[in-house]
Ligand binder design. Structure first.
Ligand code: DGL
Length: 298
């Protein structure tokens, strides 16, 4: 009898479930991102909730998502969520703003109710970030830096308008920031150029901004450069700890979900790219050894 440990298959195409659980209904928390960015959220969630087991999925082979169409991001995200569900995750965190902006609502409202187990849950990163940021700004002028997809969706503007209608929001897209991170250029001179360029553009649009949301989970990997070029006195909002705190609060309010989570403090990594590439960069980002497994959605 299996008492709750994960059973891994080899993840080859046609393998019905590349990772599946057996006998017990509990499973790890699934954490999804287009690539490495979600690791910045996973790190904080593990710090806040170390008792649970986690399964991270990075769709690195198809990243970045930020310049892709609404439909494409939705289809890719849905595939990832289905895969994590098939691996036994009762709860999936979309640790990706682009996926949260373009796919979360559809998955929550249209897909989940029709799935074989409609009690599983998918949560995003935008709502908790917006809730928290409203408390932080004194000038009531907020800047949002995100991918072209997140900015075009206007999700932050709309959520902020709902929760904090007195806040003036200026969004700005940073199309080069994710490719810089995914291609290991976050410490190089190219990063200086593109980080300064986008921050300057944001403050040219509104110089009263006192709080800037890094609305992409890749951006904390550029934090040294972002801090270097951010005007003095401006607060930079990083999502990882906000999402971790919000998840802890969610689980305290949903004991029926908390009971379904696998305890064991383990973390496993899946990637659609070559696993060595993911392990290499993932270890660098997390400052601990990462061993990834390849999966293929096709
Ligand atoms: N980490 C994703 C986000 O938060 C990056 C999106 C991308 O792949 O462009 O939006």
């Amino acid at each position: 009898m299996n008492n709750g440990e994960l059973i891994y298959c080899d993840g080859t195409p046609g393998d019905e479930l590349s990772v599946r659980r057996s006998f017990t209904p509990s499973g790890p928390i699934g954490v999804f991102d287009s690539g490495y960015g979600g690791l910045t959220v996973l790190k904080e969630i593990r710090r806040r909730l170390p008792q649970y087991s986690y399964l991270y999925l990075g769709d690195n082979a198809r990243a970045p998502y930020g310049t892709r169409s609404f439909e494409c991001v939705y289809q890719f995200t849905r595939q990832a969520v289905e895969h994590l569900f098939a691996c036994g995750c009762p709860l999936v965190i979309l640790a990706c703003n682009t996926a949260s902006a373009k796919a979360l609502r559809n998955i929550q409202q249209n897909d989940l109710p029709d799935m074989d187990d409609p009690t599983r849950r998918v949560l995003g990163v935008i709502r908790p970030t917006v809730e928290k940021t409203g408390e932080l700004t004194a000038s009531r002028h907020i800047g949002v830096l995100g991918t072209p997809g997140t900015v075009a969706s206007r999700s932050y503007e709309l959520e902020l308008a709902k929760l904090h209608p007195d806040i003036y929001v200026t969004q700005h897209a940073c199309p080069m920031w994710v490719p810089l991170v995914e291609n290991r250029e976050s410490a190089g001179p190219g990063a200086d150029y593109f980080v300064k360029k986008e921050i300057d553009a944001l403050f040219e649009a509104d110089s009263d901004i006192d709080t800037v949301i890094l609305a992409c989970t890749h951006y904390p990997l550029l934090l040294d450069k972002i801090r270097k070029y951010m005007p003095e006195g401006v607060r930079t909002v990083v999502q990882g700890n906000i999402v971790a705190e919000s998840l802890a609060d969610y689980l305290s309010r949903h004991p029926e979900m908390e009971r379904r989570l696998l305890r064991g403090a383990s973390v496993d990594y899946l990637t659609t790219e070559h696993p060595d590439k993911f392990s290499d960069l993932g270890s660098l980002f997390l400052s601990e050894p990462v061993s990834a497994r390849h999966i293929d959605f096709n």
